[in-house]
Design a protein around this ligand. Structure first.
Ligand SMILES: *[C@@H]1O[C@H](CO)[C@@H](O)[C@H](O)[C@H]1NC(C)=O
Ligand SMILES: *[C@@H]1O[C@H](CO)[C@@H](O)[C@H](O)[C@H]1NC(C)=O
Length: 350
């Protein structure tokens, strides 16, 4: 073996080393690719069933869920480590500022998680939880930090007109509530598939044309585009941080995690091992990423779909709002998976 061989071998090692260092840099770390590990010493971020204002819907242990291990998984990105959520640091750096989640009950899930994380870091500090119209406002009084939730399931408007309730794919008047907020976290998807009595509209409208219905994925894309145009025209990225919460997945079909015949998430006590989900991604993710890719302004996608897909064990199942007769494999128990969404959010704004 000549000198050339050794030089090549050495430079190969050097390159590998440099790549490793490159991977470890935080700015371009992909927080969304990784796997779940049990870490009973560091997780959950707050004691479950002690967050005083967590809604019954997400309070699985209080509702009788016997296993707690689902609260003790840590998300480990492949390329770097997540910095642990420091609630006090967050409140200090957002002093005087406002954060708003806009969307459906999955937004409520993440909003509640964030208020629980923050409250548990300053348990003796005063807070005020009120509601004005569709907006819930959680104020950390001493820090003048407002963490809000605007319930708005489609982002675009539903308007009562003479024909009935009209879902207007190109109208976004609801956006008046989003002005002057320092950080916005949007989400919509789950309601686009509603049909029957719980569908909250009778017609769709675009360009002043009325439709009885249309392909829901097409409608979803049109509404997202309306929202994207609103962000591009109205948001100054130097002043406002904008995130999209991403598509939160459900677990009603065991075929997707290699348990054919299983029809819900009940009795699921462990995450899917590894970093890929056998069932693949929901199609809505493609539509969302396509719309985001065409935007001018920097909206950061909280790309939580895959990491949440792996957590078939994280849903309330029969320990949610519906209790024993319900089956909720769409929302998430708290403490639980949305705490990780928020921990990643924290890492992105550090
Ligand atoms: C909570 O906030 C509401 C709305 O801003 C206000 O009317 C109310 O007085 C506050 N309550 C406390 C206890 O500070
Ligand atoms: C479950 O998923 C599989 C694979 O995608 C599909 O073939 C099957 O029809 C689904 N079952 C139900 C009940 O939706």
């Amino acid at each position: 073996m000549g000198l050339f061989f050794w030089v090549r071998l050495f430079s190969g090692f050097l390159l590998l080393l440099l790549l490793q260092i490159g991977n470890a840099s935080r700015e371009d770390c992909d927080f969304f690719t990784g796997s779940w590990f049990l870490d009973q010493y560091s997780y959950p971020l707050y004691k479950p069933a002690t967050c005083p204002f967590v809604e019954r819907e997400f309070n699985c242990l209080k509702n009788g869920r016997p296993d707690q291990i689902f609260t003790q998984y840590k998300w480990q990105p492949h390329d770097c480590d997540l910095t642990r959520f420091d609630g006090q640091k967050f409140l200090e750096s957002y002093r005087g500022k406002s954060i708003m989640f806009v969307g459906d009950s999955l937004s409520r899930n993440q909003w509640q998680s964030l208020t629980c994380i923050l409250h548990s870091s300053v348990p003796n500090t005063a807070y005020n939880l009120t509601r004005v119209g569709d907006v819930s406002i959680f104020t950390f009084t001493d820090y003048e930090v407002k963490v809000m939730l605007d319930r708005n399931v489609y982002l675009v408007d539903v308007v009562m007109e003479s024909v009935g309730r009209v879902l207007k794919l190109d109208s976004i008047e609801g956006s008046k509530l989003w002005k002057g907020i320092d950080m916005l976290v949007f989400n919509t998807w789950h309601w686009w598939n509603r049909r029957g009595p719980t569908q909250p509209w009778d017609y769709m409208e675009e360009n002043k044309k009325i439709f009885k219905d249309m392909d829901r994925m097409v409608a979803f894309e049109k509404a997202l585009t309306t929202w994207a145009n609103w962000v591009d025209t109205n948001i100054d990225p130097a002043k406002v941080k904008v995130f999209f919460q991403g598509i939160s997945p459900s677990h009603y079909n065991g075929t997707n995690w290699n348990e054919p015949g299983v029809k819900s998430c009940t009795e699921q006590k462990t995450p899917v091992a590894g970093s890929t989900y056998p069932g693949g991604l929901p199609p809505a993710v493609v539509v969302l990423k396509n719309v985001l890719s065409k935007m001018k302004k920097s909206v950061k996608l909280l790309d939580i779909t895959t990491l949440s897909l792996l957590r078939k064990d994280g849903h309330p199942s029969i320990y949610g709002l519906g209790g024993r007769t319900g089956m909720d494999c769409s929302h998430w128990c708290l403490a639980g998976v949305p705490d990780t969404w928020n921990e990643i959010l924290y890492n992105l704004i550090l």
